[in-house]
Design a protein around this ligand. Structure first.
Ligand code: OOG
Ligand code: MG
Length: 258
């Protein structure tokens, strides 16, 4: 097994066993290209177990997230069917290492988007937008990583919850949003935090996917990135996001309270 395959297998096993592992590239020896090759191989393990690809997620598209994690480059990751958590449903805490949640906006496409589409051209291919939550779960000890570490770990992706699909012709450039845990507002923000306009995140997702030879298809979901810092979640938590004019998405965390 080569280094890429061996590292991917370690990350995949860590995700399945919900065990933290040591960083795979603490000294930044890998190139970005190698890190994405590892990510691609990690996702192939999931696909080989029968999980279809459902779309992509963007990371570090807001200043809050960049500051929280100490990294300033936009990254992307691949979503699979098993990561989709039913809206209003529950996740089992035991299946995660140390999960966090963040409020996002999701897109779903009605047509493939050309690789170099402008923002208006990309918007014309969007079927709908929705309030969404991303559950991130780094497979690394203490949720600590370098840029190449987190890319290899599929950008910490582990779950996503999508609320009601809404008409994308509304102006969603600056919608107020809250992240709520157990009935308390825990983060307040705006969709404008996502690269100034979430559509910019979609344009970047289109470009990056096409550049890696996997252009986004009709039906693909794109998670635009956290609009605020992420929050830890624990067994018993009821979590929701509310975006002005779009509605809510929610889930519960099941498991033994510590
Ligand atoms: C990496 C993933 C970042 C976002 O929305 O910015 C991300 C992490 O914070 O663990 O999903
Ligand atoms: Mg995210």
């Amino acid at each position: 097994m080569n280094h890429i395959e061996e590292t991917a297998a370690r990350l995949d096993t860590a995700a399945r066993a919900a065990h933290a592992i040591a960083q795979v590239d603490p000294d930044n020896q890998l190139s970005l290209e190698e890190a994405y090759l590892i990510q691609c191989a990690v996702v192939q393990h999931r696909v080989a177990r029968g999980n279809a690809r459902t779309g992509v997620k963007m990371g570090f598209t807001s200043r809050s997230k960049m500051l929280q994690m100490g990294l300033a480059d936009v990254i992307w990751g691949r979503l699979t069917q098993d990561m989709n958590v039913e809206e209003g449903g529950a996740i089992s805490f035991a299946r995660y290492v140390h999960p966090r949640v963040e409020p996002e906006l999701a897109f779903i496409l009605k047509k493939p988007i050309p690789a170099h589409a402008t923002a208006p051209e990309a918007l014309a291919c969007v079927e709908a937008i929705a309030p969404a939550l991303e559950i991130i779960d780094s497979r690394y000890v203490d949720f600590k990583f370098t840029l190449t570490d987190v890319i290899a770990d599929n950008a910490s992706s582990s779950g996503y919850v999508i609320g009601p699909w809404c008409d994308p012709s509304v102006d969603f450039s600056n919608l107020g949003l809250t992240l709520n845990i157990d009935g308390r507002v825990i983060q307040v923000g705006s969709t404008a935090a996502i690269l100034g306009h979430p559509l910019r995140s979609l344009v970047a997702a289109v470009r990056l996917s096409a550049a890696s030879g996997e252009p986004l298809q009709a039906g693909a979901v794109v998670m635009a990135g956290g609009a605020t810092a992420a929050e830890w979640i624990k067994p018993g938590n009821a979590v929701s996001v509310e975006i002005e004019g779009l509605g809510q998405a929610a889930f519960r965390v099941e498991g033994e309270k510590q």
